[in-house]
Design a protein around this ligand. Structure first.
Ligand code: NAG
Ligand code: NAG
Length: 412
């Protein structure tokens, strides 16, 4: 509610002052509401740029206000018990359903990873708290919402490693027994950057020697999956879409690895590839992995590869080169590494720069023999799942949440 009034006030002011109109595709429902909501995000982003320019506070520091404004204190209610725990040193929120038909019955579990571009967001934000409760009650599942550390203070691989430590800790027989979890019915799920982490830890777990307990399913909700080509048709088509314009996504990507602005500039120009990463471009070649209908008016041209270290590339530091690490870009693995992955639910939105990441992963997983349910929303926009709370509640958010939980009900 607090964010609601702030959004309304800021949105109305900026609305009258400057952001009168912004073209939003006709297909998107509740367009005016989205325009107002987005004017808040845009104002904040401009404020953040300005603040960084003046040397007051860095860009992400200002953007983090979104997270703070939406923070709640997750408390137990009549249906769900919520406790805070530390798993291998990493904070987690544990949601456990209170009602059980039979006390000896084992329950399902979902490890949930929030979005926010590895730089923003928290499991304690109102919409994530609500989603975790819904999963716990509707699935009768134990839900683990991971409070992994964020960039820029904690660059890659720290956010990823925090999540992996939690996964490894939880997937032990005695820990699962403590929470009455069925070892055969555990899923990992996440939205946006959380979908990236979910895909990455699923891959890593398959490779873990001696790992007996595995995931039964993975749910990737408009996930980020690759940093090699930031000019796919969806990046081009949706570069100015609400909530996640291309500039912001590129900022998230570059900040995940380094605070060195050279990477941001190179990624904006899609000239960040180097001779090592170029051998992996075949894994994100959208001319092969996007169905014909998504090619539209776009013609494939491979991202430029800088030979030698001239210009911008010379300024890039070591961490800048991690973008081709599959733990950051899960699309960059060969088919042989995809084959044994758990069945997948992939949600994509038409009006989202990340649409093609999700579609390419669905195509590649299917080709490798993995069971995939791909749900594409023709009127969807990035981040929609977060908008379940008045006044920024959207019908599509409820729709998506219901479909996602329904899939888990049937597949976990
Ligand atoms: C991408 O795929 C197209 C069509 O199959 C092919 O002509 C092109 O060489 C490929 N480029 C890369 C970098 O894989
Ligand atoms: C794509 O290629 C076709 C055929 O070569 C050409 O007619 C069209 O203008 C190209 N489109 C773009 C956006 O470059």
């Amino acid at each position: 509610m607090r964010l609601g009034s702030i959004i309304l006030t800021v949105a109305l002011c900026s609305f009258t002052a400057y952001y009168i109109y912004e073209p939003i595709p006709e297909e998107i429902d509740e367009r005016w509401k989205l325009m107002l909501t987005n004017s808040f995000f845009r104002s904040l982003s401009h404020l953040a740029d300005f603040s960084e320019l003046l040397g007051l506070k860095d860009y992400m520091g200002v953007m983090y206000f979104i997270t703070l404004a939406e923070k709640v204190v997750p408390v137990s209610d009549e249906h769900v018990e919520v406790i805070e725990e530390k798993f291998d040193g990493v904070e987690v929120l544990l949601y456990q359903p209170k009602h059980r038909s039979d006390d000896t019955e084992l329950r399902r579990a979902v490890i949930y990873l929030h979005g926010g571009g590895w730089c923003l967001g928290s499991s304690r934000m109102g919409p994530y708290d609500l989603l975790a409760r819904n999963m716990a009650t509707e699935l009768g599942a134990v839900v683990l919402s991971v409070e992994y550390r964020l960039a820029p203070p904690h660059h890659f691989p720290i956010p990823y490693e925090d999540v992996y430590h939690v996964v490894k800790h939880f997937l032990q027989k005695q820990v699962l027994a403590q929470y009455s979890v069925d070892p055969g019915r555990i899923a990992v799920a996440g939205d946006s950057a959380g979908g990236n982490l979910a895909a990455a830890v699923s891959q890593q777990l398959q490779k873990e020697p001696g790992q007996q307990i595995k995931f039964k399913a993975q749910a990737l909700l408009y996930p980020v999956l690759q940093a090699l080509d930031l000019y796919t048709p969806s990046y081009q088509q949706n570069q100015d879409m609400p909530i996640l314009p291309r500039t912001l996504m590129v900022r998230f990507w570059s900040e995940y690895f380094t605070s060195n602005k050279a990477l941001f500039r190179a990624m904006m120009a899609n000239t960040h590839n180097n001779p090592e990463s170029s051998s992996l471009l075949k894994f994100v070649n959208w001319s092969n992995f996007l169905p014909e209908t998504y090619h539209r008016k776009y013609n494939y041209s491979a991202p430029a590869v800088l030979q030698g270290l001239g210009g911008e590339a010379a300024e890039m530091d070591g961490p800048s080169r991690s973008f081709a690490d599959p733990r950051a870009s899960p699309l960059l693995v060969p088919d042989s590494a995809l084959r044994s992955l758990p069945k997948a639910y992939i949600l994509t939105c038409e009006y989202d720069v990340l649409r093609d990441d999700g579609i390419m992963y669905a195509t590649r997983l299917r080709a490798a023999g993995v069971e995939v349910t791909h749900e594409h929303y023709d009127a969807g926009f990035h981040g929609a799942l977060m908008f379940t709370v008045w006044p920024t509640d959207f019908l599509i958010a409820h729709h998506m949440t219901d479909n996602y939980i329904k899939w888990l009900k049937e597949n976990l």
